[in-house]
Design a protein around this ligand. Sequence first.
Ligand code: UN1
Length: 493
Amino acid sequence: MKQYVNYINGEWIASASGKFLPNTNPATGEVLAEVTQSTAEDVDRAVQAARQAQKAWRLVPAPERAEVLYKVGLLLKERKEQLAQILTSEMGKVIEEARGEVQEAIDMAFYMAGEGRRLFGDTVPSELRDKFAMSVRVPVGIAGLITPWNFPIAIISWKSLPALVAGNAIVWKPASETPMIASEFTKIYEEAGLPKGLINLVYGSGSVVGNAMVDHPQIDLISFTGSNEVGREINARAGGMLKRTSLEMGGKNAVTVLDDADIDLAVDGIIWSAYGTSGQRCTACSRIIVHEAVKEELESKLLARIAHLRLGNGLDPSVDVGPVINRASLEKIDEYVKIGVEEGAKLLCGGEIATDGELGKGNFYLPTLFTDVKPDMRIAKEEIFGPVASIIPVKSIEEAIEVNNSVEFGLSSSIFTQDINRAFRAMRDLDTGIVYVNAGTTGAEIHLPFGGTKGTGNGHRDSGVAALDVFTEWRSIYVDYSGKLQRAQIDNK
Ligand code: UN1
């Protein structure tokens, strides 16, 4: 059985704990590998390595740091297919989506490599004579990255690439469910010539490794993507230490379909964003807010499409919907469906664990659609993270926006309309970090900020130039070449 071990200070090494846990394929139940389970001591070793390495790295000119990122991009591109296969086998998403996800990491690598020659600050005129004023970005130091299994290569690329180009070192805890792709990504950094100690991969649980990272006084910031519950705990623990945290948590994203919408296009957008990745995207559409005038048409067209979705192993290119990540997740989804039925929502299709033939070996849930859902039902408010969507009928755009904004999350929203005035109102009033017009709720591109409002985050963003704000401090610099003491706000007034 292949064993996956940590990468600390440029060495591949198992934890002294001696403990290993199996990694399974969610489509087949097959055990793929065993993974070392680390301790707080491993985290400390990783931090010491990172600290040492960062001392030199911060002095390497950013364009030179970026050379490594370009190589990372090239290696990712070269290995796109191999990485996608690994990703699908341990995470379950269908192969076409896995390729798309690797592409997201490739795009991010080249984009952030370009930042090596930008990392823009401001130069501004000083209010005093013979004085120069500017701001520059400086690295924060050691970045602790805690990443989820649903986008196991894209999300680490959003975090690690800006961290490194800005001159930081990294301690990374990937999700326990996706150790193989984490190892491959780390190997790519190694092969691209990243000096040892700058990325340290530490496998293990959130309660041991994650907490040790959050509590470690020499980790300067934590960038986390995952559940709301864990994000809150990280924030509370880190807050006491005044440690910077960048948190990207859940969503309860809605597609709004107005009465003037192109319904066939809306159906395409909903099917892709509600059932793609088996609904396991933070950006997945789990609410469909529809104008009552087009509700029936939308329902029947959605049902016709759902009936043709093929469940199965994501490595089979004819499959549309893969498994969900594990048994616990499958049970949670099923629990929510039962809650929905009890709350009085009308189940239109699905609503069951799929057990037919080969599907019984994996964690498959039938694509599920509820209708006549009320905005205050639990299935309309809480994140389910599975292939379950709820239709909520409304009477107007005003009501649609109100329903969209009524949840505690604020990641993504979408509106289908052909009326430019309504589209612009929605762009102004939908209170999410990402808004789509005439497209589903998924499909963010890497050069814009990714993140959300309210319970989705804490004001920071992944990806885009905004990611640099997480991984840098601003330093404002004043150079006085007048040869005398000049007092700002006083001597020039
Ligand atoms: C996530 O679900 O956490 O916009 C990331 C999208 C993808 C990224 C999703 N590009 O759906």
